[in-house]
Design a protein around this ligand. Sequence first.
Ligand code: ZN
Length: 128
Amino acid sequence: MFFSDRQDKWLVMRRAFNLRCPNCGIGKTFEGLFKVNHVCSHCGVRFEREDGESVGGMYINLSLAEVTTMGGFFLIQALFQPPWLPHLIVWIIYNIVFITIFYSRSRSLWMGISYLTGGVRRDDEETD
Ligand SMILES: [Zn+2]
């Protein structure tokens, strides 16, 4: 069964953010934090077709990690002027934890973007 919700970008991206298949919203894109499912267990679309597609998700993950880290660092620095070394260490730890926890969501979001641009489909589906 194949659904076509490609026109509803927010629905697709919300499904992807919730680690669900961008096509049907039922199958999971990930098991746990790091194990990616390559094919949807419900509708059968292949999430990542090309080698190296996961790099797009890494860009999302690292960009958000750096923006929130730098923003948080300078905001706290401006408001409270904490001693810089423990402050720096806290934000380095935050950065590592963020990247680890957000890894699956960022890759899943990339699958959503890929879906909206036609890169996620079933193996037997015709391409235009
Ligand atoms: Zn699916």
